[in-house]
Design a protein around this ligand. Structure first.
Ligand code: GDP
Length: 527
């Protein structure tokens, strides 16, 4: 294997999907601890303020320096290089979250053992399904009173429509939580409370039939053996190919807070998760084994100082190697640019990594020329696809405080839409401007940035729109007819695409039924 191929094979790039409070922040810290990126848990600054709406946004802005570097965390583990991509915790930023999921090769799903599958887990799972992303599951909070694990697995299978294969099985919960039994290895990993903040060697008991195992389980031994027989009889056996196809998820149990089971999950990533996968462009498939550089931008984040309009564009390297000072082709604007100061995200103090390989993420300073979905290459004309816009669920009409500033408003909104901060729609029947977002905080961020960066003050008004669908058809005649009939609800979005803004769910269903020749898309590509 060439040195390049070996570097790529070492990479594991994933994100964590979970409902708020399931334990994502906690497990992120523990993962960094296991990767020796930090020495004591508690040093990653909690970004709880992300989550409490509007008034905290300015405080958030000040913390941006931190959040940029914790957006991507790279650390070594067992001769591998892990790239953990953070997704904002607050659902108000879910468009960012969705797009981050286009830049990973697999995901970790956190389930709160006391609560089971929650709404946001379902939404994120649906996004993962767009690319059949392989998913490893972790049932968290075993040190608390949790629901029946068999019931939890059933819920995962039924609600998320994926086969669940337990790899470990918990022994008790809450104060009685003793550890987990590894079903295939016939060994018990013993939990001891109070070591959540350290890396400790866990105690392993070989064989459920051993005297040690009997001593650990005490009175409950027979019941547990019986339970295991039931589990082994009723549950799916882990099938690696089914996992890679996104049809089956291996399930682990543990406690992030107690730092127990986290290493099992990391081992699973190293052993089972895919190394960097290929990505599609409009022109051809790009393989990570290609040594010629390419990548796409999946996220843009405003930098610390909003007055400088400096933003960081996060790029997933899809093939080849990035080195400081190299030249890249910015395909959309047809320019070769020299990148001398890209950010890399190695999370250890011990050394700095300056190179990045397929599967890694780099941050480019963006002075307004980079948009979400942009492709960078070594000269080849190609455009990565699969970095979609998602149909917004919330809408507001924009009103200017100073009517003379409409040019600045349009310019600002255009730019913010290109960055993915919001989506903008221009109705055909009026001169209104309508903003669309997936989460309500997006509106406040946009208003605040318009004021700071474009000196435009605006107000929002409620508007009666339920959802947006991008409209296409192969049948030109029908499309014309549709455009005529549905004129009142049609808009052009910031990218120039025809969009149907449905006033109600019932209306949307009716339209879809009535116009079988028209396609109503819930996502749209950036091109
Ligand atoms: P996030 O919103 O998903 O990032 O969740 P956090 O990591 O912030 O966790 C939410 C709350 O659950 C915090 O109070 C954590 O301390 C707590 N928590 C996380 N993991 C565990 C666990 O394994 N056991 C217990 N008892 N609490 C946990």
């Amino acid at each position: 294997m060439s040195r390049y191929a070996a570097e790529v094979a070492k990479r594991r790039t994933f994100a964590i999907i979970s409902h708020p409070d399931a334990g994502k922040t906690t497990i992120t810290e523990r993962l960094l601890l296991m990767g020796q990126a930090i020495s004591v848990a508690g040093t990653v600054k909690s970004r709880k303020s992300d989550r409490h709406a509007t008034s905290d946004w300015m405080a958030m802005e000040q913390q941006r320096g931190i959040s940029i570097t914790t957006s991507v965390m790279q650390f070594p583990y067992r001769e591998h290089m892990i790239n953990l991509l953070d997704t904002p915790g607050h659902e108000d930023f879910s468009e960012d979250t969705y797009r981050t999921l286009t830049a990973v090769d697999s995901a970790l799903m956190m389930i709160d053992g006391g609560k089971g599958v929650e709404p946001r887990t379902i939404a994120l799972m649906n996004v993962c399904r767009l690319r059949d992303t392989p998913i490893i599951s972790f049932v968290n909070k075993m040190d608390r009173d949790i629901r029946d694990p068999i019931e939890l697995l059933d819920e995962i299978e039924e609600v998320l429509n994926i086969k669940a294969a337990p790899i470990t099985w918990p022994i008790g919960c809450y104060r009685e939580f003793k550890g987990v039994y590894h079903l295939a290895d016939d060994s018990i990993y013993v939990y001891t409370a109070g070591h959540g903040h350290e890396r400790t060697e866990e105690k392993i008991i070989q064989g459920l039939d051993s005297t040690e195992a009997r001593a650990l389980l005490g009175d409950r031994y027979d019941d547990y053996v019986e339970e295991l027989e039931l589990v082994q009889g009723a549950c799916h056996l882990f099938d690696h190919d089914a996992y890679l196809r996104g049809e089956m998820t291996p399930v682990f149990f543990g406690t992030a807070l107690g730092n127990f089971g986290v290493n099992h999950v990391l081992d699973a990533f190293v052993n089972w998760a895919p190394a960097p996968l290929s990505r599609m462009t409009q022109e051809r498939e790009v393989l990570p084994s290609e040594e010629v550089f390419s990548g796409f931008v999946f996220k843009i984040q405003a930098n610390m100082d909003p007055r400088h309009r400096d933003r960081i564009a996060f790029m997933r390297v899809c093939s080849g190697k990035y080195e400081q000072g190299m030249k890249m082709r910015h395909v959309r604007i047809k320019k070769d640019i020299k990148i001398s100061d890209a950010l890399t995200f190695f999370s250890s103090d011990r050394e700095r990594l300056e190179d990045a390989y397929a599967g890694d993420i780099i941050g480019l300073h963006n002075h307004g020329t980079i948009q979400i979905g942009d492709t960078f290459s070594a000269g080849e004309e190609m455009n990565f696809i699969g970095i979609p816009h998602f149909a917004p669920e919330l809408f507001r009409r924009v009103r200017l405080k100073d009517p003379l500033k409409s040019k600045q408003l349009r310019q600002g909104l255009q730019q913010l839409a290109e960055e993915g901060a919001t989506q903008v729609f221009f109705p055909k029947r009026s001169n209104d401007i309508i903003l669309g977002a997936v989460g309500v905080l997006q509106f406040d961020v946009v208003a605040s940035r318009l004021k700071e960066e474009y000196k435009v003050e605006c107000l929002y008004e409620p508007i009666n729109v339920y959802s947006a669908r991008w409209v296409t058809s192969d049948n030109k005649k029908k499309l014309d007819e549709f455009m005529d009939k549905a004129h009142e609800h049609l808009s052009i979005d910031g990218g120039g695409h025809l969009t149907y803004l449905a006033p109600t769910r019932v209306n949307l269903n009716l339209m879809e039924e009535r116009w079988p020749d028209i396609e109503f898309h819930a996502t749209r590509e950036h091109h």
